[in-house]
Design a binder for this molecule. Structure first.
Ligand SMILES: Cc1cc2nc3c(=O)[nH]c(=O)nc-3n(C[C@H](O)[C@H](O)[C@H](O)COP(=O)(O)O)c2cc1C
Length: 166
């Protein structure tokens, strides 16, 4: 059962996973799963907002560009292998949900889908997006993370629901 919870109930656990094996961004229909390590959780426009960063080369980018919403799933510790698959294989040539044997369910508040095996999942509506701006980004970061100048698109998702697998 997936019980609705508050951001503060899941904030620390989500950030620990981001700093570790990653979490999963789910986009598209049928849903594609992509491991992400970069995201923020915060408060803008009097809304709770989650930002995710997607490089244009990803299959997920194409899906996000035609999506109105997305979901983000935090998996329990035993899913390291699956996080590896979703972080190295592309949805262009593999149905990653099937390859990982995940059960996919429809979100309650958006048109997106989530992984039923998740410990936590976020349902988000895209309210803004932009490419990182090379001109104003710290030049050390540009040099370290963007030698190919393939700057991420940043998607701002209004968090419409947060659920914990109870
Ligand atoms: C731990 C980890 C974190 C990652 N974080 C991101 C990220 O935040 N943004 C991104 O664009 N790619 C990230 N990636 C790379 C994508 O997950 C990877 O390129 C994936 O195969 C893309 O899948 P797709 O082509 O189906 O979209 C990460 C990979 C790993 C292993």
């Amino acid at each position: 059962m997936h019980k609705e919870v508050e951001l503060f109930d899941v904030y620390q656990e989500t950030l620990v996973k981001l700093d570790g094996e990653g979490i999963i961004l789910v986009a598209g229909n049928p849903p594609n799963l992509m491991t992400i390590g970069w995201a923020t959780l915060g408060h803008i426009w009097n809304k709770q907002i989650m930002t995710v960063l997607v490089r244009p080369v990803r299959h997920t980018f194409k899906l996000m560009e035609s999506a109105r919403d997305f979901s983000v799933c935090v998996l329990p510790d035993q899913y390291k292998k699956e996080l590896g698959i979703c972080g190295t294989r592309s949805g262009r040539d593999l149905n990653k949900a099937e390859a990982c044997n995940f059960t996919i369910e429809k979100c309650a508040r958006t048109e997106s889908f989530y992984i039923s095996e998740s410990a936590i999942h976020f349902e988000c509506r895209i309210v803004h997006k932009h490419f990182l701006d090379a001109a104003t980004l710290d030049q050390g970061i540009v040099k370290k993370y963007y030698p190919l100048r393939d700057f991420h698109m940043v998607y701002y998702g209004e968090i419409l629901g947060i659920y914990r697998n109870a």
